[in-house]
Design a protein around this ligand. Structure first.
Ligand SMILES: Nc1ncnc2c1ncn2[C@@H]1O[C@H](COP(=O)(O)OP(=O)(O)OP(=O)(O)O)[C@@H](O)[C@H]1O
Ligand SMILES: [Mg+2]
Length: 232
């Protein structure tokens, strides 16, 4: 059965897109049948990491043409399959969220695991992705400022009766404001993975590869591989 796993957060910029891309790439490297969907309908970034240009065919084109999403699956040179999203103001304004959710659901059978990036937390575009998903990863950073928003989204996910796979604590450095234990206690949710802060992300972006491909021995790559093992 196909598993829809979305990656969300209670705060912007904590590493949802980075996590979605590298988790999908790590699963692909392990031989999993995985599809990565850019479900950030407002500020999509997945295509940028893979070097696709802004005009290449994407999710909004399929929605506007009433065409099925599987028809616009792109294959990255690594073999990872991706549904990218490019947005313009008009497109975002005219988006039919029910149609979007229906299209997502129809991706069943395209892969065993579908990883979906989202925009931040409680925006209706993000909620639509969460509604269409079975399981959720919540990304946060180990800083005090990130905690209230993270708690809010976890409460919302509980209300929505979604399975929270756990919290991904991203951008870990030696000196951090909150330990995994403290975060887990505060959020009353287990930490599924901690991802190291890694300077190689910048270089991986320049190479249009996820860090698990461009720097497979880096700390963050090992952390993403460990996360992928837990999702297998
Ligand atoms: N573990 C890490 N180490 C170093 N830099 C990181 C790490 N994780 C993410 N970053 C960097 O932080 C920035 C934000 O990451 P990302 O775009 O994945 O966040 P996001 O949650 O998707 O943001 P948004 O809410 O805008 O969609 C990027 O420049 C990314 O390269
Ligand atoms: Mg993002």
């Amino acid at each position: 059965m196909t598993k829809f796993v979305c990656v969300t957060s209670g705060k912007r910029g904590v590493g949802k897109t980075t996590t979605s891309i590298n988790l999908a790439a790590a699963l692909h490297n392990m031989g999993e049948d995985v599809l990565l969907v850019d479900g950030d309908l407002l500020n999509p970034k997945v295509h940028k990491q893979f070097g696709n240009n802004e005009s290449s065919i994407s999710l909004y084109d399929a929605l506007e043409d009433n065409s099925e999403l599987y028809k616009i699956i792109h294959k990255h040179k690594s073999g990872l399959r991706i549904i990218p999203t490019n947005v313009t103001l008009n497109r975002a304004k005219n988006l039919d969220l029910d149609k979007f959710k229906n299209s997502l659901t129809k991706l069943t059978k395209q892969a065993s695991t579908i990883i979906i990036d989202t925009s931040s937390s409680l925006e209706e575009e993000a909620i639509a992705v969460i509604e269409a998903s079975d399981e959720v990863l919540v990304v946060t950073n180990p800083i005090n400022e990130s905690m209230p928003g993270t708690l809010n989204i976890i409460k919302k996910l509980e209300e929505m009766k979604k399975t929270v796979l756990g919290v991904v604590v991203n951008q870990n450095r030696k000196l951090r404001e909150q330990s995994d234990h403290e975060i887990s206690l505060f959020l009353e949710t287990p930490i599924i993975s901690s991802i190291s802060f890694d300077k190689n992300f910048e270089k991986s972006r320049e190479q249009f590869h996820p860090i698990v491909h461009s720097h497979p021995k880096s700390k963050a790559s090992k952390d993403f591989n460990n996360l992928a093992l837990k999702l297998q």
